[in-house]
Design a protein around this ligand. Structure first.
Ligand code: SF4
Length: 450
């Protein structure tokens, strides 16, 4: 069957890979599909159409996406699936090369064509050749309203911009997603209200570089102004800002976060490295001195601030002394959470051409050393929480049948959780709890009377 029979119900499923920005794209596409004649299913092995929303940031993400595509190619060969459509960052990054490599695909859809997904699915049923919809539309600012959320209803991502204007030498994002475009405040307030009206109590603001918000329109402190507006929304309890570029965290932003009842004392500041030579080679505008001051400023203003970061190890030319400097800094900074990635030499990035590329084994060894250093810090910090009272947002029951939630220092999907003993609550409730223990990166709490 190659045509859509009006009387047949065509089912569409989606697999979305990668970061929360991609997740928002996936939710927006699902929203568009839900408004069309197609039926959305979560049964990915028994669907007429599968959409693979890919990530193309680093090599392992590319491999994961291709392996998903090939899995569905087999199902297509067996007649279980009719159409396979690739969307997202890898599709945008590889363009028609993806189709040459994976010829069973029925359509490749770039980031700027996201909102036409329902029409593209329809078109795929009548087309005789694979469809190519790759226009990136660099001026495109996505309206993410009417999304079909893939997060629980009590929290959602609010994507505040698209693209990135920085030139970090290891990063493929600006090539894939184009230059930074802030979404208008009015659009964001309206999206936020829609999410809150459908049950969201926590909004997690995401961007490639959140504190760049507004600068593409020549406005300073745009993020502070946006937070001013968002915190006026009734029934919105928690606002969390992710991805703050360290060098441009202003005193105004720190003051705003410190004084707000809704904006959480949570700082996600990806430092990437701390050695000044490496930072300068990465074309980051941070320095060790600036980052040290930032951490001191945040902790002086908010002693209870939770600070998360990410670092890259094995960047070209990283000597053992430079790596030791990073370890020493991690011990000093005592980050509350830290993600560590080995450097990947990505095609088309300036760092790929640098001399002194480091072998995989050594990079992996360095990742392990960072993670062991950080583990000790987190375990000690979590142990110090025992006996403290924490407000916890109840997320529900996990795959181990345990009640879980998060306090303000735990962002969804990336940080640890609170395991709640003796819990009696509905999803999205805010609970009064007391910390009674720890388990790995998680905290064990007991629910207290209101
Ligand atoms: S700020 Fe982030 S997204 Fe932008 S280029 Fe640097 S690493 Fe990539």
């Amino acid at each position: 069957m190659n045509e859509i029979n009006q009387n047949t119900e065509i089912t569409v499923a989606m697999v979305s890979l990668g970061c929360p920005k991609n997740q928002v794209d996936a939710e927006s596409m699902l929203g568009k599909i839900a408004q069309s004649d197609f039926i959305i299913t979560t049964d990915i092995d028994d669907t007429d159409v599968i959409i693979i929303n890919t990530c193309g940031f680093i090599d392992p993400a590319k491999k994961e996406a291709i392996s998903e595509m090939r899995y569905f190619a087999q199902l297509k060969e067996q007649g279980q699936i009719q159409k396979i459509i690739a969307t997202g960052c890898l599709t945008q990054r590889m363009g028609e090369k993806l189709l040459e490599r994976e010829p069973y695909l029925d359509a490749i859809v770039g980031l700027g064509e996201r909102d036409n997904i329902a029409d593209i699915i329809k078109e795929s049923f009548v087309a005789t050749e694979p469809l190519v919809h790759l226009e990136r539309k660099d001026g495109f600012v996505s309206d993410d309203s009417a999304r079909l959320l893939t997060t629980p209803p009590h929290w959602a991502y609010l994507r505040i911009s698209e693209g990135c204007n920085r030139k970090c030498t290891f990063c493929t994002i600006p090539q894939i997603r184009g230059s930074f475009r802030s979404k208008p405040i009015e659009m964001l307030v309206s999206e936020a209200k829609e999410l809150v009206n459908s049950g969201a109590k926590e909004l997690d603001l995401i961007a490639q570089d959140s504190n760049y918000y507004g600068k593409d329109h020549g406005k300073s402190n745009g993020l502070v102004k946006l937070l001013d507006e968002l915190e006026k929304i009734e029934n919105l309890e928690w606002i969390r800002v992710m991805y703050l570029y360290p060098a441009t965290v202003t005193d105004e932003l720190i003051k705003k976060i410190a004084s707000s009842k809704k904006v959480l004392n949570y700082f996600d500041i990806p430092i990437q490295h701390i050695n000044n030579e490496i930072l300068s080679s990465m074309q980051r505008s941070d320095t060790k001195e600036k980052t040290t001051k930032l951490i001191e400023r945040v902790r002086e203003t908010m002693p209870d601030a939770v600070i998360r970061t990410t670092v890259i190890v094995g960047y070209p030319g990283e000597s053992s002394e430079q790596f030791d400097e990073l370890i020493k800094f991690i011990k000093w900074a005592k980050f509350d959470a830290l993600g560590c990635f080995p450097y990947y030499a990505e095609k088309g990035t300036p760092a790929q051409k640098l001399k002194g590329q480091i072998k995989g084994k050594l990079k992996q060894k360095r990742v392990e050393e960072v993670m062991l250093t950080q583990q000790k810090i987190v375990f000690e910090k979590n142990a110090k929480l025992i006996g403290k009272e924490l407000q916890v947002a109840y997320d529900g029951i996990d795959e181990n049948n345990e009640h879980i939630g998060r306090y303000y220092g735990q962002a969804p999907q990336i940080d640890g959780v609170c395991i709640i003993d003796n819990c009696n609550a509905n999803r999205g409730d805010f609970l009064r709890t007391k910390v009674i223990g720890t388990r790995d990166y998680d905290i064990i709490v007991e629910q207290l009377a209101k």
